[in-house]
Design a protein around this ligand. Structure first.
Ligand code: 0L1
Ligand code: MG
Length: 262
């Protein structure tokens, strides 16, 4: 670790204030260029502890930058992991208040809820499929706290991978009834199709993103407990939205999820 505990706490407070006050900031590595990967996740962990201390329960984990479309869009070459909190959860068909967000974008995601604990290292797609309780479609609303979504991977990890809001809905299904690789996904904005993809866009198989998360946790001495929600990552590039926009995501076999920005 390049940063001491006090500095990590200071950066987490800085990023949390930016979110709470709905204002953008410059990326953390501008001020701390020697920050390590462990520092980046330590800042994220501190952010999580701060939210939990405010009563914001952590309700799921997320994989970010898991599709090549997203990696290309953001100019990074590897996935990252974050968490979602209770206050980020919005109802299917509901409204999202843009006044509480800086510059939101939406991502269509295939999400899973597990029924058995998973432990890495060595977790693979087969182990994940055996542990999935059900698959559910979702939309993630990302809102980087960094000006113009300009960041590097360490800075985005510190900023909890831009997590802001999420919506789950549609028709949950058992994983053994589906081939997650070939599930078609259609993202519509204001009634027009703006992005198309299939589940395989996420690391070849959405369960591979979950395995990667489990191995990441394993390297830190943690497991993914039974009953965990995991968002496996946007299947397409993220789409910018503003007040007045309506988003509908259709996932083959899993129904649709919609939301309106006000
Ligand atoms: O969920 C995601 O894929 C977002 C990861 C962070 C990068 C971004 O803000 O686009
Ligand atoms: Mg995402």
């Amino acid at each position: 670790m390049a940063l001491d505990t006090q500095t990590i706490e200071k950066i987490a407070e800085h990023l949390e204030s930016a979110e709470r006050e709905v204002r953008d900031v410059t990326k953390v590595t501008d001020d701390y260029p020697d920050m390590s990967w462990d520092d980046a996740y330590a800042i994220q962990d501190t952010l999580r502890a701060r939210k939990e201390a405010r009563g914001h329960k952590t309700v799921g984990l997320k994989c970010g930058l898991t599709s090549h479309a997203k990696m290309k869009q953001m100019g990074v070459a590897a996935p990252c992991f974050g968490f979602v909190s209770e206050y980020m959860n919005c109802p299917d068909g509901g409204e999202i208040d843009c006044a509480r967000l800086i510059h939101p974008k939406v991502e269509a995601e295939i999400c899973v809820v597990t029924k058995a604990a998973l432990r890495g290292p060595g977790c693979h797609v087969g182990a994940v499929l055996a542990a999935i309780d059900f698959v559910i479609p979702g939309v993630e609303i990302i809102d980087s706290r960094y000006r113009d979504f300009k960041f590097d991977l360490k800075s985005v990890i510190a900023d909890n991978t831009s997590a802001a809001r999420f919506v789950l809905g549609g028709r949950p299904r058992n994983a053994d009834e589906l081939d997650l690789r070939t599930l078609g996904v259609v993202l519509e904005k204001n009634g027009k199709i703006v992005a198309l993809a299939a589940g395989a866009a996420v690391l070849g198989h959405p369960a591979a993103a979950v395995a990667m998360l489990v191995n990441h946790l394993g390297a830190r001495g943690q497991e993914l407990p039974a009953g965990s929600l995991v968002m496996t990552g946007g299947v397409t590039e993220a789409i910018a939205v503003q007040a007045g926009d309506h988003i509908n995501v259709r996932v083959q076999e899993l129904g649709s999820v919609s939301l309106r920005f006000v």
